[in-house]
Ligand binder design. Structure first.
Ligand code: GLP
Length: 263
């Protein structure tokens, strides 16, 4: 696992946007890009907002095109229509898709209103496989170490499926629902830990002291379904990109080690 520590959210957002742009641009120079698009996994939440802003700016400056990119979002609330201001569909269009040149048919977001949610999950997983898997999965991390909506005690080999949100997550996300946890949907469709793990590269963002405990468990804890993000220790090409406050609970020796490697 590579851990990149930057000063603050602005710095990690710049780093992440550059990394994504470089990955797409170098892929487009390869022969296989003629037969198969670059497949990008995407998160929602507050942390990636500035990454998306940077990507939009880079697109407007002619530094990156999304014409040959297919995206798969990590998750979506069950029961919210697309035009609900808190649906992840709405979030993604407002913050990224409406401002770049991605083809609408290349955007994939689970449908939380599908008549058969189990079938929707299976079809989502199959579509990822049919495109040859995910090249780069960008993600955030919950305060309880969840990736996507894979809450504590979700199987570490789980695939796309229905998830029940924990009271902690509903409380954390209530800031987007007028501060009322009861307004936060109780369920979501989420890619699984196994789905994320299959990506060729994983880039996880963590910012601020509220993520310090989760980050310490992710990087230095044992691999455990109690902290689903700890599975990243097993991935051959995972990067944790975090700011200084998110490192508050790392041991000094681990912090120094990762800092020295990036200098
Ligand atoms: C939600 C999302 C996760 C995200 C997490 C943290 O629960 N399902 O994908 O990583 O929140 O969000 P934030 O970046 O707002 O802290």
């Amino acid at each position: 696992m590579r851990v990149v520590i930057q000063e603050n959210l602005q710095a990690i957002s710049r780093w992440a946007a550059n990394h994504i742009a470089n990955a797409i641009n170098s892929y487009n120079l390869e022969l296989r890009s003629k037969d198969r698009p670059f497949v990008l996994g995407l998160p929602t939440g507050s942390t990636p907002l500035l990454v998306y802003k940077n990507l939009v700016a880079m697109h407007k400056a002619g530094q990156i095109s999304f014409r040959n990119v297919v995206t798969f979002n990590m998750d979506e609330y069950v029961g919210l229509p697309q035009n609900h201001p808190q649906s992840y569909w709405h979030y993604m269009h407002e913050n990224l898709f409406d401002h770049i040149d991605i083809l609408p048919q290349n955007i994939n977001i689970p449908n939380g209103l599908a008549p058969n949610l189990d079938l929707e999950c299976q079809a989502y997983e199959s579509k990822i496989a049919s495109l040859g898997g995910i090249d780069l999965f960008l993600g955030g991390i919950g305060v309880d170490g969840h990736l996507a909506f894979n809450e504590p005690f979700t199987s570490l080999v789980s695939r796309t499926g229905l998830r029940t949100l924990t009271p902690d997550t509903r409380l954390a996300n209530s800031r987007f629902f007028g501060g009322d946890p009861t307004q936060v949907p109780t369920q979501a469709i989420s890619v699984g830990i196994g789905t994320i793990f299959d990506a060729r590269q994983i880039l996880i963002l963590a910012s601020g002291p509220s993520k310090a405990r989760a980050l310490a468990h992710t990087i230095q804890g044992p691999i455990s379904h109690q902290w689903t993000s700890s599975i990243l220790q097993m991935h051959p090409n995972a990067i944790i990109l975090c700011d200084e406050p998110a490192c508050d609970d790392l041991t000094v020796s681990a912090y120094r080690y990762f800092k020295s490697l990036e200098q």
